[in-house]
Design a protein. Structure first.
Length: 195
């Protein structure tokens, strides 16, 4: 525990300053505007309840990203369990009694599925989160390390392996569609920033 006393936070000011940024990251992480709204709002609810715990050892926005990632992880675990239960119920139901829930907004869902971020969303959590923070939110490696509470080397490794996994998934997608992929041999900061 640090000897630094907790800093006073103006929750309203922090919310005005960083809500759009946190919401954008939530949208990239979830791919759903509704889930992003919930996740961003919940992030700021946690801020409201625990503002006194901010010790100033990091920037406020990196602390908020840490809250966002923890909430996203928790929600993904919860959804994974719910999806397994739904799959079991679906498999057990007679074919005539199965119903498919309506898509949130068919156009938005279709656009998301075509985007590069949809492929990023399929990556393991560590890679998905570091790529989101690096290339959507433009955080430095040091800031990502502070958010994720891990060494900078781990962040660099996750970015490297995430880009490699992304390249493999894109190449596979191109191959599945009969297209020729012309991806560079090594991850380039400039190439991935175009995401």
């Amino acid at each position: 525990m640090s000897d630094v006393p907790p800093q006073s936070i103006d929750v309203d000011e922090v919310t005005r300053t960083y809500f759009a940024r946190i919401h954008r990251a939530a949208l990239v992480l979830t791919g759903s505007p509704w889930e992003a709204d919930d996740l961003a709002q919940e992030t700021f609810m946690v801020l409201t309840r625990s503002a006194g715990r901010f010790e100033g050892r990091s920037n406020i926005y990196t602390w908020l990203y840490g809250i966002l990632l923890n909430l996203d992880r928790r929600e993904r675990r919860r959804n994974g369990l719910r999806n397994r239960k739904l799959r079991t119920a679906w498999d057990a139901a007679p074919k005539g009694e199965r119903s498919v829930p309506a898509a949130e907004t068919p156009i938005e869902v279709a656009e998301w599925k075509k985007s590069l971020w949809a492929i990023v969303a399929e990556l393991p959590d560590g890679q998905r989160q570091t790529l989101t923070l690096r290339y959507s939110e433009h955080l430095s490696y040091e800031e990502i390390a502070a958010v994720m509470n891990c060494p900078v080397g781990t962040v660099k490794s996750r970015v490297f392996h995430g880009v490699a996994s992304l390249r493999e998934k894109l190449a596979q997608d191109h191959q599945d569609r009969g297209l020729v992929a012309h991806a560079p041999a090594h991850a380039s900061e400039d190439a991935i920033r175009a995401v």
